[in-house]
Design a protein around this ligand. Structure first.
Ligand code: ADP
Ligand code: MG
Length: 339
């Protein structure tokens, strides 16, 4: 019996290619992805990467919204693909989602309380109306709201920040062990962003809820993340303790990203031509066997094209298991030859 809450083993998702017309038109959205979230203590694991790097694909795999091409998503020791009805029910209750645009989740014709009533009903959380109401109120309090302020309103009458906090409250009602939050703060302004990130930290510390926090923004990752996995075109370039990775990046791609951030500026994000080029999409198709960063890497070697680099431990002895980079620069065999 492992003490992992969630394990992802060699998860690969390839879009297209199943129909006879789609030959040659496939996208490897996620490749050989591995992750381990311990049951205790609760942690925030960040998945970071620029647009198109495979973050939402990973979220959708964990939430069971799309079918995995190969590999496994394992929850409390059981492969999600082999779960029976009861196990699936528990999984759907304990693993909740918060999305970038909470408006899309609400039905505009119903008052906001409807979304909470549905949760109470679908998961049979309360045996009386009063009990249900108390659960809703408790959940709203956790995100700093009160029922009388919001429940009778329609979704469009709430601010984006209120809608997002209510989605967190809705998730909280189910007493989840894990919340998959896909860019939860990228559509709200800076002050609300801080508030929502703070709620996440409190849920982690006071309610033992772990997060898979998905973002294209390294500064929020730095603020709240325990561990980070940096994706580049569907593959992990670097992973480890968030502070170590961001303060001392090892993969040439991650170094480039972080060097391009003027250090104390917390508002810097990805995007823009500098990092994303058209060539990348072509590279994604072309470099099936090698490192995806090859054509932009100042340090590339011949071997980078023949076989994608595995994860190598980087940093000192003490950091060994908590900081790794997928780059041949850190191949210990090569170091020996050079010495
Ligand atoms: P991110 O969330 O990091 O922006 P995604 O996981 O949405 O990235 O996308 C990763 C890659 O997979 C992109 O190249 C995207 O175009 C492709 N992709 C995503 N969803 C689909 C889909 N339903 N069908 C085909 N390709 C998709
Ligand atoms: Mg996305």
């Amino acid at each position: 019996m492992s003490d992992a809450l969630l394990e992802i083993k060699n998860a690969t998702k390839i879009y297209g290619g199943s129909g006879f017309m789609s030959k040659g038109n496939t996208t490897v959205a996620l490749q050989d992805f591995n992750l381990n979230i311990q049951a205790k203590p609760a942690t925030i694991t960040t998945i970071a990467g620029e647009s198109g790097s495979g973050k939402t694909t990973l979220a959708n795999l964990v939430l069971g919204f799309i079918k995995i091409t190969s590999g496994q998503v394992i929850y409390k020791g059981v492969d999600v693909a082999t779960m029976d009805k009861r196990q699936l029910m528990e999984y759907r209750r304990e693993v909740q989602a918060v999305f970038q645009d909470p408006y899309a989740v609400y039905n505009p014709f119903y008052r906001v309380k409807h979304i909470f009533d549905m949760v109470l009903k679908n998961f049979k959380l309360a045996s009386s109306k009063e009990e249900g109401r108390a659960l809703i109120e408790d959940a709203l309090n956790v995100v700093g709201m009160r029922g009388e302020e919001v429940l009778e309103k329609y979704p469009h009458q709430l601010s984006g920040g209120q809608r997002q906090r209510m989605m967190v409250a809705r998730a909280y009602m189910l007493k989840p062990r894990l919340i998959v939050a896909d860019e939860p703060v990228s559509m709200v302004d800076a002050s609300l962003r801080a508030m929502i990130l703070d709620i996440m930290l409190r849920l982690r510390d006071e309610h033992n809820i772990s997060f898979l926090y998905i973002t294209h923004d390294l500064s929020t990752a730095y603020q709240i993340g325990d561990n980070i996995h940096l994706l580049y075109q569907g593959s992990v370039a670097e992973r480890g303790n968030t502070v170590r990775v961001i303060e001392n990046p090892k993969h040439p791609y991650v170094q480039m990203l972080i060097d391009s951030i003027p250090v104390p500026d917390p508002s810097v994000r990805w995007g823009g031509e500098e990092v994303t080029t058209l060539d990348d999409e072509q590279m994604r198709a072309m470099v099936e066997s090698g490192c995806r960063f090859y054509n932009r890497c100042a340090f590339h070697m011949e071997r980078c094209l023949t076989k994608a680099p595995p994860m190598y431990a980087v940093g000192g002895e003490a950091e060994k298991l908590t900081h790794e980079a997928a780059c041949y620069l850190y191949d210990p065999e090569v170091e020996k030859v050079a010495a």
